[in-house]
Write a protein that binds this ligand. Structure first.
Ligand SMILES: O=C(O)CCC(=O)C(=O)O
Ligand SMILES: [Fe+2]
Length: 211
């Protein structure tokens, strides 16, 4: 697998958002099609469901969750038990830690099969991610729009990015506190896409609470 993971960290585009910070590396993975195919074929993709007003709906994408034992996480109301790191995901994690300068202990993988798969407006601001989480987002396969909007200043323009195959987007500083993001559906024909978001889940230990 090592040939799949020759990684470049230049050039980097910095987007200094009001109340947030993004770094974008358009070509971070050297051979995106091979890494896409490897993950598409070896990850046990699963269909999750959410309950809305008592009715169950399939999430419009497939997911998988890997991480250190104990990095349990609740995502969109779904409790995710992490699977142990594969060699490929462990290598990606180590390389991303050195670019981002922070440790990661888990990764959420999303598989967008076609343009009707999507992710709605949200922030990655669950308490277990801590106050200013650094999130490293790797994209492979079809390019999709990734849109950000400020939560409390609607006068600020949305930031409309297209995440290319092999790109790395790092979201840092207070971005998750002040901004939401989404991957909208599209009626244009698009190739399947895999996105990986590396995160650090802080365990909620009893000594964190004072009474
Ligand atoms: O697919 C993407 O680019 C975004 C994924 C995302 O926002 C998430 O996993 O929280
Ligand atoms: Fe997100």
């Amino acid at each position: 697998m090592s040939s799949l993971l020759m990684l470049n960290s230049e050039p980097c585009q910095r987007h200094q958002l009001p109340d947030g910070e993004l770094f974008y590396y358009p070509q971070w993975v050297s051979d995106p099609p091979s890494l896409f195919e490897h993950l598409q074929q070896t990850i046990p993709w699963r269909q999750d469901w959410i309950s809305l007003y008592g009715k169950r709906h399939p999430l419009p994408r497939l997911t998988a969750w890997y991480g250190d034992p104990g990095a349990a996480y609740t995502y969109s109301g779904i409790a995710m038990a992490p699977q142990p790191w594969t060699p490929t995901l462990a290598r990606l994690k180590a390389a991303l830690e050195s670019v981002a300068g922070v440790p990661f202990n888990s990764v959420l993988l999303n598989y967008y099969r076609h343009g009707r798969d999507s992710m709605g407006w949200h922030s990655d601001d669950e308490p277990e991610l801590g106050p200013n989480p650094v999130i490293a987002s790797l994209s492979l396969g079809g390019s999709r729009r990734f849109v950000l909007r400020h939560k409390s200043k609607p006068q600020l323009a949305k930031l409309d990015l297209t995440l290319a195959s092999g790109s790395l987007l790092i979201m840092a500083a207070a971005t998750q506190h002040h901004w939401q993001h989404r991957v909208p559906k599209t009626t244009k024909p698009v190739a399947p896409r895999i996105n990986l978001t590396f995160r650090c889940i802080h365990r909620q230990s009893p000594e964190n609470f004072t009474d």
